[in-house]
Design a protein around this ligand. Sequence first.
Ligand code: ZN
Length: 427
Amino acid sequence: MRQEAAFSVSRIGDAALVQKQKALRTDFDRSLAMLSASVTHLPPCFQRWFASKSPLSNLASPLSILIIPFFAVACSLHAGCSRQIANDRVPEASGNAGDVAGNGTGSGDRTLASPLTTVAVSGTPSAVAAKWVPPAPLDSARAFGYLQQLCKIGSRTTGTAGMLAQQKLLQEHFEKLGGTVVWQAFTHKHPLNNAPVEVKNMIVQWRPEVKERVLLCSHYDTRPLPDRDPKNPKGLFVGANDGGSSTALLMELGHAMPNLKTNVGVDFVFFDAEELVYTAPNGSSLGDFFIGSTYFAQRLVDEPSDRVYRSGILMDMIGDKDLQIYWEEVGFQNAPAVAREVWEIAKQLGIKEFVPKVVHSVRDDHLPLIQIARIPVIDIIDFDYPTVASRTRSYWHTMADTPDKCSGDSITKVATVVMEWLKRQPK
Ligand SMILES: [Zn+2]
C-alpha cells in the first residue's frame, strides 16, 4: 500500500486523531490489564463483580482504585462465595464466549453456523482475557509461521531474487493444497533506471470450472526501501504487515479451500508491483503504484470471458497485533453491500476488531478493480499501523515492520470472516 486518497486531505487529520486515540486506548488497555491481573488475587466474588462490570470499563480504572479495598474486605467476610464462583466458572470457560468477545452483540452470536470460537483463559476473568481459537482448519500458529517464512526471505520487491524465492514457495504451497496456479507476467520500466523489470501476478484458482467467481486479493511485493525509517531509510524492508500479512492469510486460508462449501469459484490474486516506488530526494514518489492490479483489471476488460467476478475483497496490513479494521471509504462507497455483509459477519462472529465506521480513504489495489474492471471490491486494511506521526513507534515503511509487530490471531480473525463470507455467497 499506497497513500491516503488524494481527495481526503481532511482525513489526514482524522488519521492523526485515530493514532492518538489508539495510543490512549493502548495505554488504557494496559492499565485495565494490570488492574485485572491484580483482581485475580482478590476474593472470587469480587472477581465476578469485576468481570460483570467490564462494559463500564471506561469508569473502571479510576473508580476501581477506590472500590477495590472496600470489596476486598467485604468479600473476605462473605463465606461460601468461593465455592459458588468455582461452580459458575465451568460453563463460563467452555461456552457462550460469543457474549464475551462479542462486545455486546448478545445472544444473536449463537445463531451462527460457525459460532465464535474464543474461549476464556482458565483462571482469569473471562470478560477481560479470552483466547482466540479460529474455526478449523484455520490455525493461528501456522499462519504466523507462514508470515515468518515469508519475512525470512528478506525483501520481496518486484523483479528481485527475493520475489522469485517467494513465487516458488507460494506455487509449491498452493499446488500441494490443490489450487490451480496461473501466472500473469509482463514487463515494466524500473523507476530508477528504466530497465525492464518482470512483473508477475499470481492467480490461484479454486473450482476453476465455476463461472460465477469472487476475488480475494493481496499485494505480495514489498516496498524496495524503508523510506520512512528515521534511522536507516536505505536499510532492509521485509514488510511483515505490509505485504507479508495478507499473503500469509491467503496461504492459511488455502487450507480451507478444498473442502469449503460455497456457491462460487474463488480466485486468490497476488498482485505484484503494488509499490515499486522510491522516494526522490525532494520527497516526491518515484514510480507507479498498483502496476500489477492495473494490468490485471485491464486484461479483464480486454479479454472478456464467461467467467465473471461478482465481487471481491482486497486485504492489506491485516496482521497488526493491535488490530482495528474500519470501513475504508473508497471500497465502502463503491461496494457498500460487500462492506456491510463483511462487517455484519464479523459482528455475528463476535470479532470486534471490525468496526463499522468509515475512517480512512486509502488508495490501494482495489482502485483499478473498481475503476477499470468495474468490480465491487472492498479493502480490508488496518491503516493505523504506527507511523512516524505516532511519535512513540514507527512501523509503517520502516525497518521495524517485522513479524514481532504482528500476530497469527489477527491474521486468522480476518481469515475467519472472509471464509464465512465465502460460505454465504448466494447462488
Ligand atoms: Zn506499503
